[in-house]
Design a protein around this ligand. Structure first.
Ligand code: NAD
Length: 432
């Protein structure tokens, strides 16, 4: 928020014609003057490893780059192979929990994964139709022609084995309207595919309108990527988890999420802690994956529920599964242009978008396993706050040499209050 005393001046501050055409250093001068802060503060936007000029091509009005911790989750075995998982997150205990969940899964072979393949869909909405049901059939009669027209937009995709796979036409009723909605079903291979399918949808729109006898309004992908699902499964040894009572309570914890949206939201947030961190690390679109997950969490019964399942198998072990849309790519978007994303993908060793999607789903499940286990046994706060203690120490003003001793004090006293951190810091500085 720009600190300025008067509203009129605030408006003047944020109205900066031509801002996008300036260099990064010119932009910095303007914003520090407007915000009344020292230009040295913006040195925080100089993340090493990501050249600001390269960053300027990814987004707009760029001032610099914004660094976040990147770490590696350990203990992951996926389909019989060990893999390192790069994760970018600002939240303490996420990477530790993913590594912990993977350790539980590892005892009986780790994660098994599968996926549908990279099928994305674009929607073309038709309005002003006199005969919507007949229009739908006219479009289906023109299916081959429309698919060929769409496919012609992306010869590169065809070259790598992708392309248009189907044309599906639905009707959607709302508020006295019957819309006809055509879906282009496209195999986008190793791309996330949003731009690819949007280009196709725009290219066929005029012809679709002509065939249907109406007017096209929207032409854009759906983030409900339910034809692009990734799945992960793990069998968790009951003894390693802490014995049958822990298994029983983990099932209770899952069932509450399955039956109660208040719990499901937090249960699924835990899954997304792991998923979003890997999606971000690999330069993929976190919002697209999150939107897909939310839409998928509304199950067949039309009610928001758990994305994962937990059940006891015949041997008394706990079986955990996760299935959700996972639209991530290895080409396109920021995946190839962000050097950090390239390094992260190289660390994983994945060679296809499907492989990456499956790995990310395994991480989501590992995160969920760790969260449920800790919730069903000691509760989250002890471990979480211990990891968060350093953060509290920094917030209280601890310098590099003071962070560890102040955090240790907070953990020893089991008091993670800001006041306690300030007191511990003062005590340390006074040499007592
Ligand atoms: P893109 O257009 O940059 O790259 C995809 C293209 O790469 C393909 O169309 C193809 O021509 C080419 N290509 C080369 N080798 C390929 C291979 N092996 N497999 C597949 N394609 C290959 O990007 P995109 O993946 O179409 O779109 C992703 C971007 O779109 C992301 O940045 C995302 O944030 C953004 N986006 C998202 C939404 C949304 O989710 N609602 C909407 C608009 C844009």
């Amino acid at each position: 928020m720009v600190r300025h005393p008067f509203k009129e001046e605030l408006l003047v501050v944020s109205r900066i014609p031509g801002f996008r055409n300036l260099s990064t250093s010119e932009r910095r001068k303007i914003v520090v003057e407007a915000a009344g802060i020292d230009i040295a503060e913006l040195a925080a936007f100089d993340a090493d490893g990501f050249d600001v000029e390269a960053a300027s091509h990814l987004s707009e009005n760029v001032l610099g780059t914004f660094a976040l911790p990147v770490g590696v989750a350990t203990n992951f075995t996926v389909n019989g192979e060990d893999v390192l998982v790069p994760m970018v997150t600002e939240e303490a205990s996420v990477i530790a929990a993913a590594s912990n969940g993977a350790r539980f899964a590892r005892a009986l072979g780790g994660f098994r994964t599968s996926s549908t393949g990279s099928i994305m869909q674009a929607q073309i909405q038709l309005v002003d139709l006199v005969d919507p049901h007949a229009a739908r059939l006219r479009l289906l009669e023109a299916r081959t022609e429309l698919m060929e027209l769409a496919a012609a937009q992306d010869p590169k995709l065809a070259e790598v084995g992708g392309g248009v796979r189907d044309l599906v036409v639905r009707t959607v009723n709302f508020d006295d309207e019957t819309y006809v909605v055509a879906h282009l079903v496209v195999d986008v291979r190793d791309a996330m595919g949003a731009n690819a399918v949007n280009t196709m949808a725009e290219a066929v729109a005029d012809r679709v309108a002509e065939v249907a006898g109406g007017r096209v309004v929207l032409r854009i992908l759906t983030n409900k990527a339910d034809m692009r699902l990734a799945r992960a499964r793990a069998v968790l040894d009951a003894e390693t988890l802490g014995g049958p009572p822990v298994v029983e309570d983990m099932v209770h914890a899952y069932k509450l999420a399955a039956g109660d949206p208040y719990r499901a939201a937090t249960h699924n947030k835990g899954i997304m802690n792991g998923i979003s961190a890997v999606v971000l690390a690999t330069g993929n679109d976190t919002r697209a994956v999150e939107a897909g997950a939310h839409s998928h969490a509304v199950g067949a019964e039309g009610r928001y529920t758990s994305l994962s399942t937990f059940e006891e198998d015949a041997d008394g072990n706990l079986v955990a599964t996760l299935e959700l849309p996972m639209p991530v790519g290895l080409v396109g978007g920021a995946t190839k242009t962000h050097p950090g994303a390239r390094a992260a993908v190289a660390l994983t060793g994945v060679t296809s978008a499907s492989e990456l999607a499956e790995l990310i789903t395994a991480v989501g499940l590992a995160q969920n396993i760790a969260a449920l286990r800790v919730l069903a046994s000691e509760g989250v706060q002890r471990g979480h706050m211990s990891l968060h203690a350093k953060n509290i120490a920094i917030a209280a003003g601890a310098g590099p040499d003071e962070i560890a001793p102040v955090a240790a004090q907070l953990i020893a006293k089991k008091n993670f209050g800001h006041d306690q951190a300030e007191a511990a810091l003062a005590e340390l500085r006074s040499g007592r």
